[in-house]
Design a protein around this ligand. Structure first.
Ligand code: MN
Length: 486
């Protein structure tokens, strides 16, 4: 069978979260009210209403462009894209066409062999979001214009993506970056970010790209991966059967797990693009662009690399600790807090990635709530108690969970409940004698030379002390008592 090469390019639409809309002062909080209560003459497209550019939206779009290594054009131009649909009251969308805000850039993603690669960005332009159709169960449809005019960025990727998995990682990476710089909350379910894909396949001996098909309606990372995997196989099967691929737009049907032809592909001339006469060209000087660049925080890739170098973390832990900015901030605050009590940066990473992530996950809490549920200072206290020999590892885990659930600080939990580590010889000798008396069989085995049997007896001491015995001291106490009786 012929080998095929898959080529994918993603077009991601992401809202820029501003207080007001792209071209007027009405609230952009479209989910926050009854249908059609966040509207204005501009966002309803009433005749004679004039758009005014939202400066904050331009700042956020430029910041986004810089975060994905794009150039910022000193001059860009708004354009009208005409089409007829009920969610678009003016009959055209204000967008940018031949002179977008941002030119070429790239993001770094992992390929299917685990290597890092750059996936190119063609451009980033600014536009306005549309309204939303609400379909009733009785076959009727209602339209809600609250979302109409919300600032939107379209980020067009180059056809640099080689598989459905890579496409998912590309989309995830873009979301991570836009959330990181505070431009978008990353809520895919409510459409804050949306993804369309162009996909083609070609036999590996063929040099030119195959015919590309556009896939729409992929509302989750999983949907992106599934839809593209389906589409790649569909195209390969068609080519194998000697059929031609038609350039068209297909919709992903989540329930059936298939893509369905919707319409033959539009071309740019179908949209009758022309410059928006009501908005002058957007001119940005170098000082303004430099100011945006100065606002950029340390980005996730750079922070991940620094975590590996500065704190000696594994690639995997550094990845997990930079998944969202609040997580990375939390981690570094905890590292600082723990430094006084001899807690190492790697210890902190282990507790955050292990226990804290597990507890957050079990309680269904987002990462943004982690500092409230488990203040970084509390992790530092646990590490200090461990370092001083105040508690055992087993007790530390219990205290961690209890502190997470109750909010009470670990030192108080340990002192209130008498959880301090037991390492004094007298108490341990007494417990060791009791354990020896209660477990004749392993004791006999030990005496016959099966030294590993002592592990079971150590376990019994831990059980009797609810994990509070110092395991090393418990072992010594047992060895002493066992040697006495011989
Ligand atoms: Mn668009």
């Amino acid at each position: 069978m012929t080998d095929y090469i898959t080529t994918i390019g993603l077009e991601v639409h992401a809202q820029a979260r501003t207080a007001s809309k792209m071209f007027d002062a009405c609230s952009a909080d479209y989910a926050g009210g009854e249908a059609n209560t966040r509207t204005s003459v501009v966002s309803l497209g009433l005749p004679g209403a004039l758009p005014v550019v939202n400066q904050h939206a331009i700042e956020l779009a430029a910041l986004s462009g810089l975060a994905i290594n794009c150039s910022i054009h000193p001059q860009s131009v708004f354009a009208r894209k005409s089409y007829i649909y009920p969610d678009l009251p003016k009959g055209y969308q204000i967008t940018q066409y031949d002179q977008p805000l941002c030119g070429e850039g790239w993001i770094e993603i992992q390929d299917d062999n685990g290597n890092l690669k750059r996936a190119g960005i063609e451009r980033l332009h600014i536009e306005e979001d549309t309204g939303r159709l609400v379909h009733g169960g009785d076959g009727s449809s209602l339209v809600d214009y609250n979302r109409s005019g919300v600032p939107l960025m379209e980020i067009v990727g180059k056809p640099d993506i080689a598989s459905p998995e890579e496409a998912r990682r590309y989309f995830q990476k873009l979301r991570q970056i836009l959330m990181w710089i505070g431009v978008n909350n990353g809520d895919l379910e409510h459409g804050e970010m949306r993804c369309d894909a162009n996909v083609s396949v070609r036999p590996s001996h063929q040099r030119e790209y195959g015919v590309k098909v556009e896939i729409k309606n992929m509302n989750s990372f999983r949907a992106v991966e599934r839809a593209l995997a389906y589409e790649v196989q569909r195209q390969i099967k068609a080519l194998e059967a000697g059929e031609a691929i038609i350039q068209e737009t297909r919709g992903w049907n989540e329930a059936l797990g298939i893509t369905v032809g919707q319409r033959s592909k539009e071309f740019a001339h179908d949209y009758r693009y022309f410059p928006e006469p009501d908005i002058p060209p957007l001119v940005l000087d170098q000082a303004w662009i430099a100011a945006r660049r100065a606002e950029l925080p340390e980005l996730p890739d750079a922070r991940r690399a620094r975590f590996e170098a500065e704190y000696g973390l594994s690639r995997q832990d550094a990845d997990l600790l930079t998944i969202e900015r609040p997580v990375a901030d939390y981690y570094e605050t905890a590292v600082q807090a723990a430094a006084d009590g001899q807690g190492s940066a790697r210890d902190v990473a282990n507790w955050v990635v292990g226990e804290l992530f597990r507890l957050l996950n079990d309680s269904g809490e987002p990462a943004s709530r982690m500092a409230e549920r488990m203040p970084p200072q509390h992790i530092a206290e646990i590490l200090a108690l461990l370092a001083k020999g105040g508690i055992t590892r087993t007790v530390a885990k219990q205290v961690f969970e209890e502190s997470f659930n109750s909010g009470i600080n670990p030192e108080k939990i340990v002192s209130d409940r008498g959880l301090k580590q037991i390492s004094d010889e007298g108490s341990l000798a007494t417990i060791a004698r009791e354990v020896i008396a209660a477990n004749p069989k392993p004791v006999e085995e030990y005496r016959k030379g099966k030294t590993t049997a002592i592990q079971f007896l150590v376990g019994q001491i831990m059980k009797a002390t609810k994990g509070q015995a110092n395991p090393q001291a418990a072992r010594t106490a047992l060895e002493t008592e066992l040697s006495k009786d011989v």
